[in-house]
Ligand binder design. Structure first.
Ligand code: 5GP
Length: 203
């Protein structure tokens, strides 16, 4: 039987660098896939439908909710975001690690339903740096920047519901830490029952 992939859930405040970490992860780990979420948020200038998100109208998103097409969904900063269920299940079954880069509400919903996932919270080295990164990105209106920065303070209170916290100061080091986490998770006894049973059968 093929070993199932690992579900890796990455959250953290806007500007913590989740997107960059995930991109670097995919570059280094060809066996991993990123789940592309659906959203009702309008695309940013460089974003492409089907690559960054599946951009949906509100009524289409609500139809998907009714038809139970999401593993989780949440309203984040006035827009809907959701993880398509089928893709995630299929990829895990085929042995690929799946990365979900989702907000805290979504991550906690996934944790209730699928506690075999690994839940990682990315934080900036300090809050000043976080603000600098959100402003520097320059894709949001000033009121959106303020909203995201204020939310960051509330979001950090949820760290204790996660399994791991990773400081993203240097991207290289942050990715390295996540590699260590994923490797250790894959060696856990409770994730290797078939191997252990096989060894016991040989005794
Ligand atoms: P952004 O608008 O900057 O792309 O994303 C805003 C927030 O929504 C980020 O915290 C991002 O992680 C989160 N997000 C993206 N996709 C999903 C999703 O499918 N579900 C949930 N719950 N959050 C998501």
């Amino acid at each position: 039987m093929k070993k199932k992939g690992l579900l890796i859930v990455i959250s953290g405040p806007s500007g913590a660098g989740k997107g960059t970490i995930c991109k670097e992860w995919l570059r280094r780990h060809p066996n991993a896939v990123l789940s592309v979420s659906a959203t009702t948020r309008p695309p940013r200038p460089a974003e492409k439908d089907g690559i960054n998100y599946f951009f949906k109208a509100q009524d289409e998103f609500e139809r998907m909710i009714e038809e139970n097409e999401f593993l989780e969904y949440a309203k984040v900063y006035d827009n809907y975001y959701g993880t398509p269920r089928k893709f995630v299940q299929q990829q895990l079954m085929e042995g690929r690690d799946v990365i979900l880069e989702i907000d805290i509400q979504g991550a906690l919903k996934v944790k209730e339903r699928f506690d075999k996932g690994v839940f990682i919270f990315i934080v900036p080295p300090n809050m000043e740096e976080l603000k600098r990164r959100i402003v520097q990105r320059g894709t949001e209106q000033p009121e959106v920047v303020l909203k995201r920065f204020t939310s960051a303070f509330e979001e950090i209170n949820f760290i204790k519901r996660y399994n791991y916290v990773v400081v993203n100061d240097k991207i290289e080091e942050a990715v390295h830490k996540i590699e260590a986490i994923v490797l250790a998770e894959k060696c856990r006894v409770d994730r290797n029952k078939p191997l252990i049973m096989q060894l016991q059968g040989e005794i």
